[in-house]
Design a protein around this ligand. Structure first.
Ligand code: FMN
Length: 246
């Protein structure tokens, strides 16, 4: 399964069976986590085979069942390990540059892991664990200054997922006036439209500038910068083009 096929096959799955994830699949995921941590400076961790990997914590929304395996997306709360941000923000809930950088980096690398898990034949769902910072005896460890909010549940799905509804492409991007949309940009946008976003809000906007550079910004939405990071990963992976970010 290539990455585009994985993007099409991935849907948020919130119920899992008790079937354990095979050891070789766990090893492949751990190897991808190690690579993501090295590249990003994040401190992503994984647990498998627990009775309740969410530790009884409430998710921001949605009902989860049978979550035995989870990836915790952890990073420095001030975003110091998160090397990049794209264009500015319209998201009133995240105005701090460190928070923005952390959210975007978590989205980008978390989605890379979600697609890897999909390629390995697993189901996934993003979730927000509301009180993760005050969990008792958590399976993850936080270095000083780090925080955990977002997690990825994964495993064998108990039911199939469905395709989410998308806003029209014209609402999610801008191209130079009077020009046709280049194929690589359209491919990137079509992939970005398949990305998971909180509450399916698609709070992102991509702009192709006349000089061929691209910028991407978050619009209003819940955890908009995490969703933007997911969309940017899809865009880059599908455009078949080294995107020249502005
Ligand atoms: C940053 C982020 C946070 C999310 N948080 C939750 C959550 O707390 N609870 C939940 O049930 N789903 C959560 N989701 C999953 C989205 O609701 C889901 O991805 C979206 O509805 C699109 O559906 P799809 O993933 O099937 O394409 C989250 C997704 C993202 C990207």
């Amino acid at each position: 399964m290539d990455l585009i096929e994985a993007m099409e096959a991935r849907h948020a799955i919130r119920m899992y069976t008790d079937e354990p994830v095979a050891d070789d699949v766990i090893a492949a995921l751990q190897s991808e986590i190690d690579t993501c941590n090295t590249e990003s400076g994040l401190h992503i961790q994984m647990t498998t085979g627990l009775n309740d990997a969410f530790l009884g914590l409430k998710t921001h929304y949605g009902r989860f069942k049978g979550v035995h395996n989870t990836i915790a997306l952890i990073g420095a709360a001030d975003g110091t390990n998160s090397g990049w941000t794209k264009e500015g923000s319209e998201d009133a809930a995240a105005t701090d540059p460190g928070e923005i950088a952390l959210q975007q980096t978590v989205g980008y690398y978390g989605e890379r892991l979600a697609l890897k898990a999909t390629q390995l034949g697993l189901a996934t769902s993003w979730a927000v664990l509301d009180d993760a910072m005050s969990a008792e005896n958590p399976w993850w460890t936080l270095a000083p200054g780090e925080k955990i909010v977002w997690v990825l549940a994964f495993g064998h799905g108990a039911r199939p997922g469905g395709k989410h509804r998308s806003k029209p492409i014209e609402d999610l991007c801008t191209i130079p006036e009077g020009e046709n949309m280049p194929d690589w940009f359209r491919a990137g946008m079509e992939a970005a439209m398949l990305a998971p976003t909180s509450l399916s809000q698609q709070p992102f906007h991509f702009t192709l500038h006349a000089d061929g550079t691209v910028s991407a910004r978050a619009t209003e939405g819940l955890f908009a910068h995490v969703s933007l990071g997911c969309a940017i990963y899809h865009f880059e992976a599908a455009s078949g083009h080294t995107v020249n970010w502005r």
